[in-house]
Design a protein around this ligand. Structure first.
Ligand code: HGY
Ligand code: MN
Ligand code: MN
Ligand code: MN
Length: 407
């Protein structure tokens, strides 16, 4: 696959949702829809038969010689975080198109090949990540998704309806394990391990699981000029103490690979002359081992109630999601390692702190994840960058892996 095609298409897709700082293409937004239409055209031009399922996943397919054989699948996502980069998810989509184009030219394989553009992989809009692959693997329901609404109060049901999708038909998107032989995703690392080890390919053994909560702090809005310091119930002061407590608790477990972040915070009414009456925060805790995440969450709950007491402000914690780390398939790990050795590409086995659709697909089939370096580990940031050489090596390994699985 000529590199210029990939570099051009990365730039082209980055135009959808490009804003003053980076790319903002939130799940099911107009920019996301435009990017999906564009990629669907690329997939058709590459000879893939296209269908879209009831959660909006786009599935491109090349038939094999054995109509009954299970599909060998690759895929990733097009949606981004706010002010994100050009490579997160996109490398796996364009890499998948490149791989399937190459394999189509080589001639039919036994198993059909599929490329899936998953809906809503980023958790920003609804607090739940990888919605498309969750639905496809039966890991969520219309009942759960029907309760979701975004920060502007738009419900998930409404959003699907606007795209001509009916939340009550989500069950039709669920794939049976026997339909898929294996799933392999190509993605940028979004960390510095590969760069530090001077390796080109990371072969993932386990994917960290996020536990996500909404923390609501209730104080009393008051006049900032007339309310004495000892008569305040300042929600933002309590929230600040909670954020510091999260940081401290996560640091204590850092040696076990735990990370804790409060990445979003809303202050109400948000006026400089009003003591904040209400704060809403989003908490993201991750780790490779479930017990340390649970321990973290418990300690955060204790800290939150202690702060609420001391500051005389009410606090509520809503669990948005709490997953277990996903182990990926050992045979796939060995297959990919053998291909790296064959192609003379430096690789290492590692874990992924970032969540991916592969972790959901691991619930119904053998799942693999191939990572390539991104410069200084920068990601979820306009400066995200992966070199054409590393992207090409990732595609070469992905192509050969799909070939070995489907031949
Ligand atoms: O949040 C994540 O781990 C990824 O960006 N979906
Ligand atoms: Mn991401
Ligand atoms: Mn991603
Ligand atoms: Mn992903």
């Amino acid at each position: 696959m000529e590199n210029s095609w990939i570099i051009n298409e990365i730039e082209q897709i980055a135009q959808f949702g490009k804003d003053k700082r980076g790319v903002t293409r939130l799940a099911f937004s107009p920019a996301d829809r435009a990017a999906r239409e564009y990629v669907e055209k690329l997939m058709r031009e590459s000879g893939l038969a296209i269908r879209t399922d009831q959660i909006g996943n786009i599935i491109g397919r090349i038939e094999g010689t054995d109509a009954k054989a299970a599909a060998v699948v690759t895929g990733s996502h097009l949606d981004t975080v706010p002010e994100g980069g050009k490579f997160d998810g996109i490398v796996g989509i364009l890499g998948g198109i490149a791989a399937l184009r190459t394999l189509k030219m080589r001639g039919p394989l036994t198993h059909p090949l599929e490329l899936i553009v998953f809906s809503g992989e980023e958790s920003n809009r609804f607090g739940v990540s990888a919605i498309g692959s969750r639905v496809m693997t039966g890991w969520t329901s219309a009942k759960t998704l029907g309760k979701l609404k975004d920060q502007d109060g738009v419900t998930f049901t409404q959003l699907l309806a606007e795209q001509g999708l009916d939340i009550n038909h989500l069950d039709q998107a669920v794939r049976r394990p026997e339909e898929i032989k294996a799933f392999v995703e190509l993605h940028i690392e979004q960390g510095t391990a590969l760069e530090k080890a001077n390796k080109t390919i990371g072969i993932i053994e386990s994917v960290a699981a996020p536990a996500r909560c909404k923390i609501i702090v209730e104080g009393v809005a008051a006049h900032s000029g007339t309310t004495p310091m000892d008569e305040r119930q300042d929600a933002l002061v309590s929230a600040a103490m909670i954020i510091l407590a999260v940081n401290e608790i996560a640091l204590e477990q850092a040696d076990r690979g735990v990370v804790g972040t409060v990445g979003a915070l809303k202050v109400y009414p948000g006026a400089m002359n009003v003591v904040p009456g209400l704060v809403e925060m989003l908490l993201d805790i991750r780790g490779m081992n479930h017990s340390s995440i649970i321990k973290c969450l418990q300690e955060i709950k204790d800290a939150v109630s202690e702060i609420a007491e001391r500051q005389n402000t009410g606090v509520a914690i809503e669990i948005l999601s709490s997953e277990r780390p996903a182990s990926l398939d050992g045979e796939l790990v060995e297959l990919i390692a053998g291909i790296c050795r064959q192609q003379g590409i430096q690789y290492q086995h590692m874990n992924s702190g970032a969540g991916h659709d592969a972790m959901n697909m691991a619930r119904i089939t053998k799942a693999g994840l191939i990572l390539i370096p991104c410069k200084a580990g920068v990601s979820h940031n306009p400066d995200e960058y992966a070199s054409p050489e590393d992207i090409q090596k990732g595609i070469d390994v992905l192509t050969e892996t799909l070939y070995q699985l489907a031949k």
